[in-house]
Design a binder for this molecule. Structure first.
Ligand SMILES: Cc1ncc(COP(=O)(O)O)c(C=O)c1O
Length: 289
């Protein structure tokens, strides 16, 4: 559930009263980028990495960063304290701003719209971790710059709805016989004790949680490799994991109705998930940046 106080263009105000222009280019063209980052125990998780990706997304749409990392850290701290947020996530968005002309080629010098709010994290249904979740597959119908975290998410939401229609949690996308990613998650495929995830590039979003998984795997002395994954490797995986900022790592135990492994979360999932929980506790009380 969204918490009551948001940040909009330099001021803190009730989210219920926050207003932007209908001529904002985010409304007209989805001309905007965003980030979502978790807050554990009132502390933002991987703030620097999210802000680095935000700046790369801005550069990808030819915008310069309107705020520094330190400015965002302050906004994040203020939103957490004004809303007494404990376990939550922060959403932030930068749009190119409003203009009268509805020009496809934007005029220079627009004033960006800056928006951020926090939402309390609802507890996960315990079955998600104990039993795993179901996923379906579909062709990846998105544009060619999926590394830009843009609010132009129409393809992603249509794809996610396919999962919801099938009573599943996620849609895992395939392109030219290979795995790309989930509609809002990075996908890891575990085979013979090795964790595989497709290499970063323009065709997927460089997930922040994926990097955490890589670091934790190294700590646990598990082998992980970034390489292309074929559809048949996905379908015959021992384990499949979804990684995403708001929930960490979740096991997929059914794909298009077929069991993955023995249909239960696998042994490596149990280890990575415990390491993830330990890591968030380790960070408690340390500086956010
Ligand atoms: C398309 C897509 N891929 C991957 C991810 C995972 O990224 P992160 O771990 O930074 O949340 C997301 C997150 O929303 C996403 O939308």
């Amino acid at each position: 559930m969204p918490l009551p106080i948001c940040y909009l263009n330099g001021t803190y105000q009730p989210l219920a009263e926050a207003r932007i222009s209908p001529l904002d280019r985010a409304f007209l063209f989805a001309d905007a980028v965003y980030e979502v980052l978790p807050i554990y125990g009132s502390r933002p998780f991987r703030l620097r990495e999210h802000l680095d990706r935000l700046n790369r997304s801005l550069a990808g749409i030819r915008m310069s960063a309107p705020l520094s990392h330190a400015d965002w850290a302050e906004i994040c701290r203020d939103l957490i304290s004004r809303n007494a947020a404990v376990d939550a996530y922060l959403y932030l968005q930068i749009t190119r701003g409003a203009e009268l002309g509805r020009n496809h080629a934007w005029p220079e010098g627009l004033k960006p719209t800056l928006f951020a709010y926090v939402s309390a994290s609802e507890p996960l249904p315990p079955s998600f971790m104990d039993q795993g979740v179901a996923a379906v597959t579909a062709a990846d119908t998105r544009w060619a710059r999926r590394d830009i975290k843009s609010t132009a998410l129409l393809a992603n939401i249509l794809l996610k709805k396919l999962a919801a229609d099938a009573g599943a949690f996620e849609t895992i996308m395939l392109e030219n016989g290979e795995l790309t990613e989930g509609s809002s998650t990075t996908v890891h495929v575990i085979r013979d004790g090795v964790i595989y995830t497709p290499p970063n590039g323009h065709h997927i979003l460089p997930g922040t949680t994926r990097d955490v998984v890589g670091e934790l795997a190294a700590r646990l002395q598990l082998r992980s490799e970034s390489r292309r994954v074929t559809e048949s490797e996905l379908r015959t995986a021992d384990e499949i994991w979804l990684a995403f900022a708001t929930r960490g790592v979740l096991p997929v135990t059914q794909l298009d109705g077929a069991a993955i492994g023995n249909g239960k979360p696998g042994p490596l999932f149990e280890r990575i998930s415990a390491a993830f929980a330990d890591y968030t506790r380790e960070l408690a009380g340390t500086p956010a940046l």
